[in-house]
Ligand binder design. Structure first.
Ligand code: NDP
Ligand code: OXD
Length: 312
């Protein structure tokens, strides 16, 4: 009997994924039927999902062996009360590479002060004091998971002193690893540039509040490709207006798309990017999905299983 795989990640994504998934299943040696419809939910063995799909009732898929998310962040799926099946999130080489490039690019923008020269093409020779080199610019990354650790290692390779912070204690070559509340305070105190790559969970909600923003060096920079709810927006706007925070580059927001009237738009010290830090790419993501189905069918443990109690 072929394995039934239901692509429930949205009609707009189906044309991008249909061929890569079919190819990846064949390469993995899977005898699988892939469809973007499931007339009989009880016959579905695996369900491929994206939170862009919106509200979804997982309960009819009672024989489904795993829900495979195309997204890394699963806050909109783990909270679904109908989800009883194992949930795997996306960890993928190309997604990670995309995030590393976004983080390194935006760190370098602020480190090099590129805006001064890009905006200032006005005949003024702005030769300022010697700018710091990377080893003098401290970068802190909140979240030392698949993405944070890769971004941190890339920055460390460019000589930035990198501090990482996570829930549990870690040892990552080239990165000073901190954890816990004391670790967070110490990390924020040295964050000339702060990158937030934490998941959105009840514990990380408004982690960057006014008090914690106040611990950062005056004029420091925040880059948030993690999730909008990590930041207390009112506190960040106040910190930007007072000069406590010099600039915020924000890719993710509590409401997306960011509403046109939101004060982040047009704020002179905010850069908004439209949740593009690291899109999932069909070619490589399809291989991750296929490998997980192969493992499940072979009785091997699933990769990137989400801990439902932890929320990530
Ligand atoms: P991981 O699950 O691999 O890593 C999460 C990290 O956050 C871990 O180091 C974890 O600590 C840490 N963490 C979680 N909760 C806490 C807490 N309460 N206190 C301290 N540390 C905590 O996730 P990824 O690296 O793959 O992805 C991170 C996030 O990036 C995603 O959840 C998503 O929100 C976002 N993302 C954004 C994209 C974009 O395009 N903007 C694209 C992809 C992802 P520990 O290791 O100790 O468990
Ligand atoms: C993700 C994202 O979580 O794109 O994969 O934000």
């Amino acid at each position: 009997m072929p394995i039934n795989v239901f692509f429930a990640a949205g009609a707009e994504s189906w044309p991008d994924y249909q061929v890569p998934l079919s190819n990846a299943f064949a390469e993995a040696g899977l005898d699988a039927t892939l469809s973007d419809s499931a007339p009989d939910p009880a016959s579905v063995d695996y369900l491929i999902f994206s939170p862009t799909r919106g509200t979804f009732d997982f309960s009819p898929y009672r024989n489904c062996k795993a829900v495979l998310s195309l997204w890394a962040g699963v806050e909109r799926i783990v909270t679904n009360p109908t989800l009883t099946q194992p949930l795997c999130r996306m960890v993928d080489r190309e997604l990670t590479e995309g995030m590393v490039e976004y983080v390194v690019g935006h760190v370098l923008r602020h480190h090099l002060g590129m805006d001064t020269h890009i905006r200032g093409q006005d005949g003024v020779w702005r030769h300022a004091a010697l700018p710091p080199i990377a080893r003098q610019r401290r970068v802190v990354i909140l979240g030392m998971g698949a993405l944070g650790s890769a971004a941190g290692q890339a920055l460390a390779a460019l000589n930035f002193p990198v501090t990482g912070w996570s829930r549990t204690q870690k040892t990552i070559p080239g990165i000073t690893c901190l954890w816990g509340e004391d670790g967070l305070r110490a990390a924020l105190g040295r964050a000339d540039i702060l990158v937030t790559l934490l998941p959105s969970t009840p514990e990380t909600e408004s982690l960057l509040n006014g008090a914690r923003l106040g611990l950062m060096p005056r004029g420091s920079v925040i880059i948030n490709p993690g999730r909008g709810p990590l930041i207390d927006d009112d506190a960040l706007l106040a910190a930007l207006d007072s000069g406590q925070i010099g600039h915020a580059t924000l890719d993710v927001f509590r409401i997306e798309p960011l509403p046109p009237e939101h004060p982040y738009w047009g704020h002179p010290n905010v850069t908004v990017t439209p949740h593009i830090a690291a899109d999932t790419r069909a070619g490589s993501a399809a291989k991750v999905v296929a490998e997980n189905i192969r493992r499940s069918e072979a009785g091997e443990p699933l990769l990137y299983l989400v801990d439902r109690a932890r929320g990530y």
